[in-house]
Write a protein that binds this ligand. Structure first.
Ligand SMILES: O=C[C@H](O)COP(=O)(O)O
Length: 329
C-alpha cells in the first residue's frame, strides 16, 4: 500500500482499454466455478488490520479513491437542483485549499450516477468536463418491469446522453440456475447500450451464495459486461469484502482466459474513508495497479466523498471540520 504516493494520484495517460466483447456461453466453465466461503472470509478478515496506510500515503490513496467515485444520488425525491449541486461537487470534489496544501492539481470524480429522469440535467451540468453520466436502468432496483421496457429504458438514457448504463440483472435467473436466460438478458442489455459502457449490477445480497455470485459474475462478463457491480444500494446487504473477493477473482480468471479486463464497482453502504482504503488494497493485491484507475474501478457511493474530504482536511490542517461543511457529498 505504501507504494502509492501523491504523484501517483495524478491522472495517467492510459492506452485505451479495449472493450470486453464477450464470448460464447461456456457452461462447463460456469459449472466448475467454486467459492470456498470459509477461506474467503478468513482472507477478508485479515485485510483491514494488515492494510493501514498513514500520512502522505494515506492522502494519496484517498485522492485516488475520489477519482474512482461514481458520485450518486438515487432517491425518490431527487430534483434537477440536487443533481446540479452533485455535479458541481463532481467537478470539484476536494476543496482548492486542501489540494493546494497537498500540491495536487484539480481532479474530478469518476462519474455522476443518477436515475434516467435526471440524466439530462446531469449532462447539462457536466458540459465541458470529461465526467461521464451513468444512469441506473432496466427497472432499477428490482429489475422486474417488462423486458422490452427495460431495453427501451437503456436506449432512452443513452439518447439523453448517458455514457454509462448500470443495469440490474434478473436475480431469479441466478436463483433458478437459468444461466442461458441470464446470458441472453445481459447480451441484449449490452447491445442496447451501443457505445455506452454497461455495468452489470448483480444485487449480490439477493443471490443466495458466494458460488452464485461467482457464476453470475462470469456469465455477465461472457455476455459483454464492461463492469460488474455488487449492489443497487437498496438491498438489505450491499457491498461486502467477501463478495468483492469473489467478484474480483472472477474478473482475474476472465482476464487470464480471454485477455479482456472487466471493471469492478462495489456499491452500497461504503461511506467511510477507511473502508475505501481497504477496498483499494484488495484490488491492488488481487488484480494489480492497472485496475486502480477509474476506467476499471469505481465506488458506487452517495456519502463516501464527504468522509474522504474530512479526512483530507484533517491531514492538511490537523483538525476535523464539521460534516455539514461538506454536506453535498
Ligand atoms: O450505486 C450506488 C449506490 O446506490 C450508492 O449507495 P449508498 O447510498 O449506500 O452509498
Amino acid at each position: 500500500m505504501e507504494s502509492q504516493t501523491l504523484q501517483d494520484t495524478k491522472p495517467l495517460a492510459l492506452a485505451q482499454e479495449p472493450r470486453n466483447p464477450g464470448m460464447d456461453l461456456d457452461l462447463d466453465w460456469v459449472a466448475g466455478v467454486q467459492a470456498n466461503t470459509s477461506a474467503i472470509e478468513r482472507r477478508c478478515a485479515t485485510l483491514p488490520a494488515r492494510r493501514s496506510v498513514k500520512k502522505d500515503y494515506q492522502a494519496a490513496w484517498l485522492l485516488k479513491a475520489v477519482t474512482c467515485i461514481d458520485l450518486t444520488t438515487l432517491s425518490g425525491d431527487d430534483t434537477e437542483e440536487r443533481v446540479r449541486r452533485l455535479c458541481a461537487k463532481a467537478r470539484q470534489p476536494v476543496r482548492g485549499d486542501i489540494l493546494q496544501a497537498l500540491d495536487m492539481p484539480p481532479l474530478t470524480t469518476g462519474a455522476v450516477c443518477v436515475y434516467h429522469e435526471m440524466v439530462a440535467a446531469a449532462v447539462q451540468a457536466l458540459k465541458g468536463t470529461d465526467i461521464p453520466v451513468a444512469a441506473v436502468s432496466t427497472g432499477f432496483p428490482a429489475g422486474l418491469s417488462p423486458f422490452h421496457l427495460r431495453v427501451a429504458e437503456i436506449e432512452e438514457s443513452v439518447k439523453a446522453g448517458a455514457k454509462e448504463i448500470d443495469i440490474v440483472i434478473s436475480r431469479r435467473h441466478v436463483l433458478a440456475g437459468n444461466w442461458q436466460a441470464l446470458y441472453d438478458e445481459m447480451q441484449a442489455f449490452r447491445a442496447a447500450c451501443g457505445e455506452a459502457h454497461v455495468k452489470a449490477i448483480l444485487a449480490t445480497g439477493e443471490l443466495g451464495s458466494l458460488r452464485n455470485v461467482a457464476r453470475a459474475s462470469l456469465i455477465c462478463m461472457m455476455a459483454g459486461a464492461d463492469f460488474i457491480k455488487t449492489s443497487t444500494g437498496k438491498e438489505s446487504v450491499n457491498a461486502t469484502l467477501p463478495v468483492s473477493l469473489v467478484m474480483i477473482r472472477a474478473i482475474r480468471d476472465y482476464y487470464d482466459r480471454t485477455g479482456f479486463r472487466v471493471g469492478y464497482k462495489p456499491a452500497g453502504g461504503i461511506s467511510k474513508a477507511k473502508d475505501a482504503l481497504v477496498y483499494l488494497s484488495l484490488i491492488k493485491e488481487e488484480l494489480g495497479d492497472r485496475w486502480l484507475q477509474p476506467d476499471l474501478f469505481r465506488f458506487g457511493a452517495s456519502s463516501l466523498l464527504n468522509d474522504i474530504e474530512r479526512q483530507l482536511e484533517h491531514h492538511t490542517s490537523g483538525a476535523y471540520s464539521a460534516s455539514y461543511r461538506h454536506a453535498m457529498a
